[in-house]
Design a protein around this ligand. Structure first.
Ligand code: SF4
Length: 395
């Protein structure tokens, strides 16, 4: 697939020496300071003359004139909060199961785009090339100029049903996400955030008209762990509560990292919390494999995911899924009716091999309403693998 008409590429090489990498990171930062516009008024508060406070994520950075936020992509220029605009660092069509959303139009294609930067710095990030592009000289990324119309046209051409902001933290690029979602909604697409959940009341109000589906990574239930990753626990819990109250469709993922968040106590506290918000929120417990700076812990074993799922069930959660080890977690890739245990959606990895919900999204046997966003019928699945949209080209 070719880049959209008018798409421009940054010419960045793979694997240059460190000094060159640092210069390029500076160059990328320079380029990105051009690809901005003033942030949304709801996400910015000016005070003390030319200071601004950003409300796009839970850090709520106070930023002096000339300063940048923790995310490194929002900054204060002359008392105005400038925010990322007009590019993507990558885009492709994924099966929606990869996001993962398991209670949203199974088998649908989810057109996924990302920008650069993140408000956290998780050592095990699987999208570190884009999320840490402005922090880590080894994370060499590019930015392809696009506009909301062309990216939406491509999503429609590729048969996508959902437009997703992902790959970097979407909260910090919310204005651009909303610009794309406005077009996507005009074209009849659903819209989604795949996010760390480090939100604020202001950003959730800003997003509510434009975002239908929201996946949160609940990484831990220990504030000390969150501080190691550059965040705090409380804004994430508050965001999950608000998302549910505000009637976004919410699914939660916990990447189980051995020795980090796999203790009985921590898993129990996470599951109890989710169940207290709603026992109908799907909880995906997924397997860690070594990535980025966290390569020492062993990969998560299937038994650990099964144990986490048992804990979730005993906390009252009705829909628990195990991910990242296809075929090795028994029934935990499938959806079953929580009342009569009828098999509703059969999956292996991202592949849908059976779909038995009624047109209304009910169990065909006992009629229990299954929460989610369902199609009137299963439309089939063209692929269970990603395929490309706009390329991140490297030379
Ligand atoms: S998005 Fe978050 S990290 Fe970035 S400037 Fe705003 S509050 Fe700070």
């Amino acid at each position: 697939m070719s880049p959209a008409p008018g798409a421009a590429e940054l010419q960045l090489e793979i694997g240059p020496p460190m000094a060159l990498q640092e210069r390029r990171m500076a160059t990328l930062a320079d380029v990105l300071t051009q690809r901005v516009q003033e942030g949304a008024a709801q996400l910015c508060e000016r005070y003390n003359g030319d200071w601004v406070r950003c409300h796009a994520c839970g850090h709520q950075c106070p930023i002096p004139n000339g300063g940048v936020g923790v995310c490194k992509v929002r900054f204060n220029r002359g008392g105005h909060l400038m925010v990322p605009w007009g590019y993507v660092a990558g885009a492709q069509c994924d099966p929606i199961e990869k996001k993962p959303f398991f209670h949203v139009h199974p088998g649908a294609r989810a057109y996924s785009f990302g920008m650069l930067g993140c408000d956290l710095h998780c050592g095990y990030c699987q999208n570190w090339v884009t999320s840490q592009a402005l922090r880590d000289p080894e994370a060499v990324s590019s930015a392809v100029r696009v506009d909301p119309q062309s990216i939406t046209e491509q999503a429609v051409e590729l048969g996508a049903k959902v437009m997703v902001s992902t790959y970097n933290e979407p909260l910090i690029t919310s204005e651009w996400g909303v610009a794309i979602f406005r077009e996507a909604k005009k074209a009849g697409l659903h819209t989604a955030y795949v996010s760390n959940g480090n939100g604020t009341p202001q950003v959730l109000e800003y997003l509510r008209p434009w975002v239908d589906l929201y996946k949160v990574d609940l990484k831990s239930f220990d504030d000390r762990h969150y501080r190691q990753l550059g965040g705090r626990l409380e804004p994430i819990l508050d965001t999950i509560r608000r998302l549910q109250q505000m009637e976004f469709w919410v699914e939660i993922v916990t990447l189980i990292v051995p020795g980090f968040n796999d203790s009985e106590t921590e898993l129990r506290r996470m599951a109890d919390f989710i169940a207290s918000v709603s026992p109908n929120i799907p909880w995906h417990v997924t397997a860690f494999h070594g990535d980025y700076k966290m390569t020492e812990p062993d990969n998560t074993r299937p038994e650990t995911l099964l144990r986490a799922a048992e804990i979730g069930h005993s906390s009252g959660l009705r829909y628990i899924y195990a991910g990242n080890i296809p075929g090795a977690v028994g029934d935990l890739e499938n959806s079953r009716c929580p009342e009569c245990r009828t098999l509703l959606v059969e999956r292996t990895g991202y592949l849908i091999s059976g779909y038995h919900l009624t047109a209304e999204g009910n169990c065909p046997k006992c009629g229990t309403r299954i929460p989610g966003r369902w199609s009137a019928k299963f439309d089939g699945q063209i692929t269970d693998r990603p395929f490309l949209g706009f390329h991140r080209r490297r030379r």
